[in-house]
Design a protein around this ligand. Structure first.
Ligand code: NAI
Ligand code: ENO
Length: 291
């Protein structure tokens, strides 16, 4: 099995913490050094056994590391890369878990002049609406997909190592190009989060006493769970994947306007046709997920 002697995790939260737990559980790592902004949460990560020790300065944290995982929000990636540039070991593999990939690739280019060959951009398509190391758990990536988006110069050995470490955590790894990743995720993840936040915000403005929320059924709860996600993280994702998100939002608005027309015109046939098509598409993809 793949073994990493010293792993440095910068940003010890839900995603980085869950991966660290899974790697440790499988015996795939020797030592895990954490790094973050708040000492109290790093201390907690040590108590939980997620990391062995921590450093508050990223430049110190990466010293001697064979692998560096960037588990910070997208808005923090560039600063962290700049901070570790001088002290990173030449053989070290770097990867990240950010929800958009074009922005991380641009950050690496800005800091290093080009994407370093041993930098493997990655994105686990798994998570929850919770944040922080307390919410992390080792099974998070089991039977979930992880997308790696290597660029032309990325070292195939580094890709193979990152792939093997996700597989240790139970994930299924696929490779995709950066632009395609950002378009697909804008449609399937970033747009739904914007819609959930937007809907809850609209209803909250509508009724300042929040009375209507008392009468919300299960469907409302299902639809809006993701509006409990971390607002700063989602601000960063929307800004990082602006172009693709804009395209997805415009498409959705066009279709929503057409639904509005159907309601306005009391066009039951058209409403039913849209709902029927949506139900078939969803039932199909859910059945694929459950296979
Ligand atoms: N939450 C989710 O469901 C998923 C999140 N992601 C991505 O994973 C990354 C991390 O997300 P989570 O683990 O959910 O967040 P989190 O909030 O649980 O963890 C992030 C950690 O990074 C630390 N941090 C923030 N800025 C930092 C900086 N400049 N330097 C060092 N540490 C810093 C925070 O204190 C926190 O401990 C984000 O880029 C996000 O887009 C990817 C897949 C799923
Ligand atoms: O909470 C949920 O269901 C999510 O959708 C989690 C999630 C958040 C961000 C990602 O980039 C990937 C997955």
């Amino acid at each position: 099995m793949m073994h990493i002697e010293r792993l440095c995790l910068i940003g010890v939260g839900l995603i980085g913490g869950s991966w660290a737990r899974a790697l440790r559980d499988a015996g795939a790592v020797g030592e895990i050094i954490g790094c973050g902004r708040t000492e109290a949460s790093l201390q907690r990560a040590v108590e939980l056994g997620v990391i062995d020790r921590y450093e508050c300065d990223p430049a110190q944290a990466v010293l001697g590391a064979d692998m560096v995982v960037l588990g910070v929000p997208l808005g923090g990636m560039r600063g962290v890369l700049a901070a570790i540039r001088e002290t990173l070991a030449p053989h070290a593999i770097i990867t990240d878990v950010g929800s958009a990939k074009g922005s991380v690739v641009a950050d690496a280019e800005a800091v290093f002049g080009r994407v370093p060959p041993r930098f493997v951009p990655g994105h686990p398509i798994a998570g929850t609406e919770k944040s922080g190391v307390e919410a992390s758990f080792k099974e998070l990536f089991r039977h979930r997909r992880v997308i790696l988006t290597p660029v032309a110069d990325t070292d195939p050995d580094a890709v193979a190592t990152v792939r093997a470490l996700w597989e240790v955590a139970g994930a299924e790894v696929v490779a995709m190009d950066v632009e395609h990743h950002d378009e697909v995720l804008a449609a399937t993840s970033h747009l739904p989060h914007v819609l959930a936040y937007g809907l809850v915000d609209t209803l909250a403005h509508w009724d300042d006493n929040r009375e209507i929320f008392q009468y919300a059924a299960g469907g409302f709860r299902d639809f809006t769970r993701i509006a409990s996600s971390d607002p700063r993280m989602w601000r960063d994702i929307c800004l990082a994947n602006r172009e693709a998100l804009l395209t997805a939002m415009k498409r959705y608005i066009t279709d929503l306007n057409s639904l509005l027309e159907s309601v306005e015109q009391a066009d039951g046939e058209r409403l039913e046709a849209v709902f029927d098509n949506a139900k078939q598409a969803r039932d199909h993809f859910i059945s694929l997920l459950e296979q």
